[in-house]
Design a protein around this ligand. Structure first.
Ligand code: FAD
Ligand code: FES
Ligand code: MG
Length: 280
């Protein structure tokens, strides 16, 4: 178990891994995640389950290299094993018939949007995927999203492909251009993006779900690492989320908490870079 059966770089920073995990492939639902430990010495990190196939007993993970553990994970080769893999964890996304649903993703959050878009489309919704990337070369899973959504539009920060701007601006443009009614919005991506989507949907008076990405350690509600404030109450994202009512989330607190170990993370990543090539 946990063998990487396929590995593919989607961009120079983002890798797709297909991993043997038959029991997770059988039980997972859109919106859930796993906690992995890539090597014996490594720390644990959460990753969304992007796909799961009961036929071959594999799950698909999409990993963006941002620091040491994601770099170590992305450097594993097909045929090698993840040391630990725990899941499926968290509550599934709210999948039901809403009507017209916007699925909004940014960066690697686009990969996390894919299973939610597929599940919402299967539930009978008209799904519009609005995705953001820094530039055209960083767009991922375009073909898969074309199939999962009734309409797919991209926004790029530099305007090299699709709409020139961020995804919140694309949402505003799409709604104005189509004169469309929206019944629900799902947003997954960087914290400033999810905050902007929450602000806009509050003005629209449309319900909005955000899949939060706090620092997680055990993923089972024991350590308190993933504490978030929702509607003034403390919630543990690993067992009560990761999806919450975006209008109730304290995104500023989440942003501060996610940078709590920034200095240590920077040091560890730099030390790791120095060790590459030394066989360590
Ligand atoms: P570090 O240099 O250690 O950290 C970089 C930044 O990542 C930190 O500043 C912090 O904001 C965040 N981070 C660090 N450690 C953790 C941790 N243990 N848990 C969560 N965030 C952390 N990333 C993907 O590329 N693909 C996914 O599908 C994906 N799904 C996620 C699902 C959930 C429910 C959550 C909470 C996060 C998800 N992430 C995903 C984010 C991913 O877990 C972090 O990028 C990763 O842990 C960073 O580890 P690092 O050691 O490489 O980077
Ligand atoms: Fe430990 Fe959620 S990760 S309580
Ligand atoms: Mg780390």
């Amino acid at each position: 178990m946990n063998r990487i059966v396929q590995k593919e770089w989607l961009t120079p920073e983002i890798v797709r891994l297909r991993v043997e995990a038959p029991r997770i492939a059988k039980r997972w639902k859109a919106g859930q995640f796993v906690i992995i430990r890539p090597t014996k010495e490594g720390e644990r990190i959460p990753l969304t389950i992007v796909e799961g196939s009961q036929n071959d007993g594999t799950i698909t993970l999409v990993v963006q290299v941002v620091g040491k553990t994601t770099a170590v994970t992305a450097n594993l080769k097909a045929g090698e094993f993840l040391e630990d893999l725990l899941g499926p964890l968290g509550e599934p996304a709210t999948v039901k018939l809403f009507g017209t649903v916007l699925c909004v993703g940014g960066g690697v959050g686009v990969a996390e949007v894919l299973p939610v878009a597929r599940a919402l489309q299967s539930a009978g919704n008209r799904v519009i995927a609005l995705c953001g990337a820094r530039s055209g070369g960083k767009m991922i899973l375009d073909a898969e999203l074309q199939e999962a959504a009734d309409e797919l539009l991209w926004a790029t920060d530099d305007g090299s492909s699709g709409f020139h701007g961020n995804v919140a601006e694309l949402m505003r443009f799409w709604k104005w251009d189509r004169s469309a009614h929206v019944d629900a919005v799902f947003s997954i991506g960087p914290i400033p993006m999810m905050k902007a989507v929450a602000v806009l949907t509050r003005v629209w008076e449309v319900q909005c779900f955000a899949s939060l990405n706090p620092i997680m350690v055990d993923g089972t509600g024991m350590c308190g690492g993933c504490r978030v404030s929702v509607g003034g109450k403390v919630r543990f994202a690993c067992v009560e989320g990761p999806e919450f009512d975006a209008h109730q989330v304290d995104f500023d607190e989440l942003a501060i908490r996610n940078r709590a170990y920034f200095e240590q993370e920077k040091m560890v990543a730099e030390r790791h870079e120095c060790m590459i090539g030394l066989g360590r």
